[in-house]
Design a protein around this ligand. Structure first.
Ligand code: MV4
Length: 501
């Protein structure tokens, strides 16, 4: 089945990413937009764009009926869901199919099966994939939970069966806390996922989060594209991701990759997917869950494998075979991604909406700027805060880190606050550079940064005063003869002291 026109049921950088893949393949792209996104970048970049409702996502980007209607009106033959919004919604995939639209993602049955984390655990067990000790069915009652918890041992985690990504998780340190934690977890799960089912897992202390990218086509071919390390997180929001993981060697990669492929095959999975693992301090890995979507951090995998994941998603959805085997996937070098969010890391990480009055992205060799914004555009308070992803490649991890530090220093955003200063600080930190990535790295180094911020502000004020002084034509430097480079620079800068001569 040939795909000629794709409706992108998303916004921001990922919608832009999909438009680009479509254009490179000669496929027409259709954007959708809420009232807050009339002039958003994805709308300007797509071939066509359709309004789908008011700013709140529940009235626009989450409206299955309006998205399907827009796709039909535009004459699209396929729908790409991006990530977030309806990307892992089986009912959306079904609605697309019912309307004769190819859903660029896994079959609804696989989305549904992997959405239930206990069902995914049952598959992992059948396949002999190691996982954190715990239950493979939701806990039936408090009494049953008490017995099972004693077997698993404390501390343990209560997780929502339909949760994932850290939502609806609770740590239980001792038996005395179990009942209260169960009640809280159940009601949280019911509120967030419409289902109060929870399961138990032994607590893995200071784990790393390592995930395997997989691709599966409709002809039964399954390959993995290696891992991504996502341990630099804050409240389950990833800030920095990289591939390969500093803690994974080729033998471990082969074992994890094979485990990931076995799970995906057993689940009847097709398209791009991610199998998440926890890795403990002894480098044992444990299956966690399957994400049935393209992930935010997919570009690091693209840069080390040379495989365009969105192109592969579209080819797979069109029924084409992968055309290569596991042996053909050879990772090369190292890639790092930093998430540039419109958040104020010095102000409780609150969202920082507003107008981007000044913007200069990073560029240069082996630097990729997957941005969803432009200078002059508005950053809405209605959606997630991701503005752009800065991704770099280097021949090895050290080269990639040096390049990321360079690229972050080039990146300037004026008008909204961003995570850039924190990213720059982490990338410069000796623990990060040594590959000592723990969940707690961020908590440990943030106070250092907050301390230096007062001094940075003072320097900024002095610099601003001096700049104004110069602009008014007054000298700020001793009246020495300028060097030849000073004179050359000054000639190019009107208003600066050398410029008056
Ligand atoms: C865990 C865990 C410890 N033990 N499960 C967080 C994200 C979600 N996908 C799973 N998560 C965790 N699950 C057990 N049995 C600790 C975390 C966790 C975490 C894991 C990797 C990297 C950062 C993390 C931050 C908080 C919690």
């Amino acid at each position: 089945m040939k795909i000629t026109k794709v409706l992108i049921a998303n916004r921001g950088e990922i919608a832009v990413r999909v438009v680009r893949a479509c254009r490179e393949q000669g496929i027409a792209s259709v954007a959708v937009f809420s009232e807050a996104d009339r002039e958003a970048l994805h709308v300007l970049m797509a071939d066509e764009a359709y309004p789908i409702g008011p700013a709140p996502a529940t009235e626009s980007y989450l409206r299955i009926d309006r998205l399907v209607a827009a796709a039909k009106a535009a004459g699209a033959d396929a729908v790409h869901p991006g990530y977030g919004f309806l990307a892992e919604n089986a009912a959306f995939a079904e609605a697309c199919a019912a309307a004769g639209l190819v859903f660029v993602g896994p079959p609804p049955s696989a989305i549904r099966a992997m959405g239930d984390k206990t069902a995914a655990r049952r598959i992992a067990r059948e396949m002999g994939v190691p996982m954190v000790p715990g239950t493979i069915e939701p806990v039936a009652s408090d009494a049953a939970a008490r017995t099972t918890a004693a077997e698993i041992g404390y501390p343990l985690m209560i997780k929502a069966a339909l949760g994932g990504g850290g939502k609806g998780m609770r740590l239980v340190r001792a038996a005395g806390e179990l009942e209260g934690a169960l009640r809280a977890a159940r009601s949280e799960a019911a509120g967030a996922f419409g289902d109060s089912a929870v399961y138990l897992e032994r607590y893995v202390s200071e784990p790393r989060h390592v995930e395997m990218q997989v691709l599966a086509d409709t002809h039964g071919n399954v390959v993995h594209l290696g891992e991504r390390e996502c341990s630099i997180q804050r409240r389950h929001q990833k800030l920095i991701e990289e591939s390969p993981s500093p803690c994974v060697d080729p033998a471990m990669r082969a074992r994890m990759g094979e485990a990931a492929c076995r799970i995906v095959e057993a689940a009847g999975y097709v398209n791009a997917g991610t199998v998440e693992f926890l890795v403990d301090s002894e480098r044992n890995f444990y299956f966690l869950e399957v994400n049935t979507r393209l992930q935010v951090e997919h570009p690091v995998t693209e840069l080390v494998t040379g495989i365009d994941l969105v192109r592969e998603q579209l080819r797979i959805a069109a029924g084409e075979p992968l055309g290569y085997t596991q042996a053909d996937v050879v990772p090369r070098g190292a890639a790092i991604e930093c998430r540039i969010n419109a958040e104020d890391p010095f102000g409780g990480w609150l969202p920082s909406p507003g107008t981007i009055t000044g913007l200069r992205g990073a560029a240069g060799p082996w630097v990729r700027d997957d941005s969803g914004v432009y200078e002059g555009c508005a950053v809405s308070r209605f959606y997630d805060t991701l503005l752009a992803k800065l991704i770099v490649w280097g021949a090895d991890r050290a080269a990639a880190i040096a390049r990321m530090a360079r690229a972050l220093a080039e990146y300037k955003v004026v008008g909204v606050r961003t995570t850039i200063p924190v990213l720059a600080h982490v990338v410069a930190h000796e623990d990060f550079r040594a590959g000592r990535l723990s969940t707690h790295l961020l908590d440990r180094i943030l106070p250092e940064l907050a301390g230096s911020r007062g001094r940075l502000r003072s320097v900024a004020i002095v610099a601003a005063v001096l700049a104004e002084h110069e602009r008014l034509g007054r000298r700020t430097l001793p009246p020495e003869a300028p060097s030849s480079t000073d004179a050359w620079r000054a000639a190019l800068r009107p208003g600066v002291w050398g410029g008056r001569r």
